[in-house]
Ligand binder design. Structure first.
Ligand code: HEC
Ligand code: HEC
Length: 206
């Protein structure tokens, strides 16, 4: 009996190993502190280009007056000399939410578990037409072609959610957020769902 168990465990493990190596590696969401230290400090430590300095509570209080949602939205889409997603398109909206919380509170606020929901101002179709079709219409660099079920089917095995994540983070010839850093996670999701719907497959997913 014992031997049986070990064997099936080993089988399961090798199966999982296969499944994992076939899927793109998706980074876990980082803490606000980590994101700030690796990305945002570059400008917000010294106040480069007029960036509000971390620890300057007066400067942050003034900006926070418009509400944390608006502040986070501006950090995601960019505002004046503040680049969208701090210039790192692969940062998720949850990571941005946490980083903004960390900066505004001077490192005191706990990390948000819930992502700030940036408004979905562009529809999936608009995003695809404005950007994604540039590669996905023709299959440039191996991009899965719009409307081609054979290209999409193997990618859809685990549903739409992992595709949204990998479109945000980018991989191989697919740039993070399709190279358009000011797209929110919600807009990327809408775009991926639109692309999937063009194959005739159901994009219904949560
Ligand atoms: C290349 C420089 C640069 C980097 C990197 C950068 N910022 Fe900024 N940030 C700015 C500047 C400049 C402003 C001021 C923009 C303005 O004039 O309102 C700003 C403003 C902001 C604001 C205030 C927005 C508002 O509505 O008042 C937030 C929030 C913010 N940044 C968050 C971040 C986060 C989070 C990161 C890291 C993920 C980051 N920034 C990385 C330059 C930068
Ligand atoms: C510069 C060309 C380019 C642009 C622009 C582009 N893509 Fe891609 N995309 C690719 C390539 C190449 C792949 C295949 C990458 C791979 O799996 O090797 C891909 C793959 C994907 C996948 C499949 C991911 C997976 O894990 O299988 C999705 C979803 C996707 N892109 C969504 C988008 C969305 C949404 C946009 C627009 C916001 C976009 N792409 C814009 C080149 C592009």
């Amino acid at each position: 009996m014992k031997k049986m168990k070990i064997t099936s465990g080993a089988l399961l493990l090798s199966f999982l190993g296969l499944a994992l190596s076939a899927a793109p590696v998706l980074a876990a969401d980082r803490s606000g502190k980590e994101v700030v230290e690796t990305v945002c400090l570059a400008c917000h430590e010294t106040g480069k280009d007029g960036a509000p300095k971390i620890g300057d509570q007066a400067a942050w209080a003034q900006r926070a007056a418009k509400g944390m949602d608006k502040l986070t939205q501006n950090a995601i889409t960019g505002v004046k000399n503040m680049p969208a997603h701090g210039g790192q398109a692969a940062l998720s909206d949850l990571e941005m939410t946490r980083a903004v919380g960390y900066m505004v509170s001077g490192g005191k606020a706990a990390d948000a578990k819930k992502v700030y929901k940036a408004p979905n101002s562009r529809t999936g179709e608009q995003v695809v037409q404005a950007r994604c079709q540039e590669c996905h219409a023709t299959g440039k660099e191996g991009a899965p072609k719009l409307g081609d079920m054979n290209d999409w089917k193997p990618r859809l095995q685990n549903g739409v959610a992992p595709l949204v994540k990998s479109a945000i983070g980018g991989h191989n010839g697919m740039p993070a957020r399709g190279g358009l850093a000011n797209l929110s996670d919600a807009e990327i999701k809408a775009a991926v769902e639109y692309m999937v719907s063009k194959t005739g497959a159901s994009a219904a997913s949560k």
